[in-house]
Design a protein around this ligand. Sequence first.
Ligand code: PHE
Ligand code: ZN
Ligand code: ZN
Ligand code: ZN
Length: 264
Amino acid sequence: SPDIPAANSMAHAQQFQSIAAANSGNRAHGKPGYRASADYVKAKLDAAGFQTTLQSFTHQGATGWNVIADWPQGDPNQIVFLGSHLDSVPAGPGINDNASGSSAVLETALAVARADAKPTKRLRFGWWGAEELGLIGSKYYVSQLPSAERTKIKSYLNFDMVGAKNTKTWGVYTDSTTLGATFTEFFRSKNIATKGINISGRSDHASFKSAGIEVTGITSGDDPCYHSKCDDINNIESSVMGHSTNAAAYAAWKLAGIPGVAAQ
Ligand code: PHE
Ligand code: ZN
Ligand code: ZN
Ligand code: ZN
């Protein structure tokens, strides 16, 4: 898999910070900062050659959006899915929670395009709306999938809070230890510690797990600015973002079967 510079993910996180700053300080469901965040992600993906969909839903009287992107290569009946929530809470810009995961997943997708990757399986990427209000966007996405489409999704990997400063140990969700082993293998190769964690229904992997899909995910954990105004660009660390992004890319390369996975 590629060695993605940390600065690439940090540049996306900085854009989400600027979007919040220009839109009343947040990127929350139903607020203009959310729509601007979705437009930013979709524009990057469209320019890179993805098949993208902006899926709308309504919640609490406001429209929300999920961004879905398929890389048009590989077996369409075997989908490897990476996702992250794109909304913040109303209190702040939501940079560790979850511009961090959104940036890591976006940069992984863009790396797939830069590599002109020809995976065996199909790679799909998702950015979920209204997670903070109860996993609303991801639940809606799963509910709208015909069962024949649902069974094509072989694995779902979640990225929620992956940039916290001073992270020494990454949490790997224990929902599927076989799928989680892909992440522990990556971190071991970098001499970085991991621990198994169970965040239960606290993020979007739960929507996929409820549909019978094998799931895992990673997190650097929460922090003193969790759900606060100070969860801004100064609340994340470039090196942590780099490791999380490269963990996502390693998993995408390995699970989708892109040649050259061992090269890091
Ligand atoms: N970040 C999640 C939320 O949206 C909760 C969470 C906690 C996720 C701990 C991962 C680890 O609020
Ligand atoms: Zn609702
Ligand atoms: Zn979150
Ligand atoms: Zn949150």
